[in-house]
Ligand binder design. Structure first.
Ligand SMILES: Cc1cc2nc3c(=O)[nH]c(=O)nc-3n(C[C@H](O)[C@H](O)[C@H](O)COP(=O)(O)OP(=O)(O)OC[C@H]3O[C@@H](n4cnc5c(N)ncnc54)[C@H](O)[C@@H]3O)c2cc1C
Length: 445
């Protein structure tokens, strides 16, 4: 049994899953969390939370929750951030996870001791952090599990020109009352952008939505049931699933071009689908309008790519987030310059540094927290194997070191080549690969 504890950075769903799995495998750990409690971005008051008052799950609860900890009976199909915060607190309580966390503590640097690429030397890592008292602390760990989230660092495009009104990113948006009586432009029709349009129509003088491309809109309910609970059995081949589901969407949400959107330049599931039919409802009622991509800001208005110009008071940049590991040298994460994401084995294990793992760096339609929990289970199983079955650990290590042997995680889908899709996977292919690797290690909790 190792004497140094492992470090877990973050107490959101992924950090809690990491903590819980280290606990299951009997491995010592210490958690670091910037906020005052568990819950991650689902705690609207946490320093790096990017949820807003109206935020609810986009995936339904049964496809999202931890399998070992179902939400209580009577929880809605699509719970709000308040329900989810209570859920994560109950998870931490049930397994006694809070006691091992240092809350109000921000990790500022994570560095290996010695050569992190040398598999012969037992890895040791120094974690530096600043607590509530502002005093820096330094602690040595046997390894580090990074679970600091993927949706906290705003991706802010440099729009040419100058705007006299207010510009904010969705990361700073909390309540729709800020739109009262104002002319609002939301830039980007991702899931947050569409939620904010729906919020704004009840308060603003006018609401426009600027889009660069067309999207596929998935309703939350199909045949009266959460859409993502249908067809949960054996996955259909991509082309068949795309054909069947596209037909279904045409029946339920219709043709998005009727509402002013451009024709999508990709097939269904080749980008993250927009799970929102309310935005179409409001466009159909004339409460909001679709505009082209922004060409430039122009004083009290915005000029669009088609040459039209409209006046606005507020511009909301719903332009997404980027991966951000400010406490780590990029080389430790094998993260090539100019790419959107580190190149990690199964998006978890760094080939450049023994003892460094990332949990939660995965985006997929329907991956849920159970998908992140399975990532954490693999990390804990590997760490346990290093002690109990070094040969099994070595076999996995050899695979980590050889990217040409890494499995294809696309599930046969041809994803859009955008930066935000850099760590996108197909949930079925991905979960299968992670579970297979855990099973191959052959260590039981
Ligand atoms: C509006 C919205 C809707 C969403 N809907 C869904 C959905 O329906 N289904 C779904 O699966 N996902 C959804 N998500 C994605 C969401 O990111 C995940 O559900 C989940 O929160 C990811 O958990 P995480 O632990 O990886 O990250 P987070 O929840 O972001 O937690 C990261 C934690 O790390 C802490 N931290 C960061 N840096 C440091 C540091 N340096 N030191 C110490 N602590 C640090 C943060 O304070 C935070 O508590 C949604 C996200 C948003 C914004």
């Amino acid at each position: 049994m190792t004497s140094l504890p492992y470090a877990v950075i973050g107490a959101g769903p992924s950090g809690l899953a990491a903590a819980r799995n280290l606990q299951r495998f009997g491995l010592p750990w210490v958690g670091y969390e910037l906020a005052d409690d568990v819950g991650g971005l689902w705690d609207i008051n946490a320093p790096r939370s990017t949820v807003y008052e109206s935020a609810h799950l986009i995936s339904s609860r049964t496809t999202t929750e931890f399998t070992e900890h179902p939400m209580p009976a009577g929880t809605p199909d699509y719970p709000s951030h308040r329900h989810l915060l209570a859920y994560f607190r109950s998870y931490a309580d049930r397994f006694g996870l809070r006691e091992h966390y240092r809350f109000g503590t921000e990790v500022t640097s994570v560095e290996p001791v010695g050569d992190p690429a040398d598999p012969a030397a037992p890895p040791r890592w120094v974690v530096r952090a600043t607590g509530r008292d502002g005093i820096p602390v330094e602690t040595e760990h046997a390894g580090v599990v990074v679970a600091n989230g993927t949706l906290s660092e705003p991706n802010v495009p440099q729009l040419p020109g100058h705007f006299d009104g207010e510009i904010l990113h969705t990361a700073d948006y909390k309540r729709p009352q800020i739109f009262a009586g104002k002319r609002v432009l939301v830039v980007g029709a991702g899931n947050s952008g569409c939620d904010i349009v729906v919020d704004a129509v009840h308060h603003a003088a006018s609401v426009d939505l600027s889009v660069r491309r067309g999207y596929h809109f998935v309703p939350k309910y199909v045949f009266g049931r959460p859409a993502d609970t249908l067809n949960q059995g054996r996955p259909l081949p991509p082309r068949v699933k795309q054909a069947v589901d596209s037909r279904l969407l045409r029946m339920f949400t219709g043709d998005p071009t009727r509402f002013g959107f451009p024709e999508p330049d990709h097939r269904l599931y080749e980008s993250h689908p927009i799970v929102n039919s309310l935005v179409l409802h409001h466009l159909g009622h004339g409460d909001a309008s679709v505009r082209p991509d922004v060409e430039r800001l122009d004083g009290d208005g915005v000029v669009f790519r088609d040459g039209t110009r409209r006046p606005y008071d507020v511009v909301v940049l719903a332009t997404g987030y980027r991966l951000h590991y400010p406490f780590l040298d990029r080389s430790l994460l094998a993260w090539p310059e100019g790419t959107g994401a580190p190149a990690l084995y199964l998006q978890i294990v760094s080939p450049a540094a023994e003892g460094l793992y990332v949990v939660g760096m995965v985006e997929a339609s329907g991956i849920g927290w159970q998908g992140r929990w399975e990532q954490a289970e693999l990390v804990a199983a590997y760490l346990a194997a290093r002690e109990r079955d070094p040969q099994a650990a070595e076999r996995m290590r050899a695979r980590v070191a050889d990217p040409s042997a890494w499995p294809d995680l696309s599930g046969g889908y041809d994803y859009l080549g955008l930066e935000r899709m850099a760590y996108y996977v197909n949930k079925d292919a991905y979960r299968r690969a992670v579970r297979a690797q855990t099973a191959e290690l052959g260590v039981a909790p």
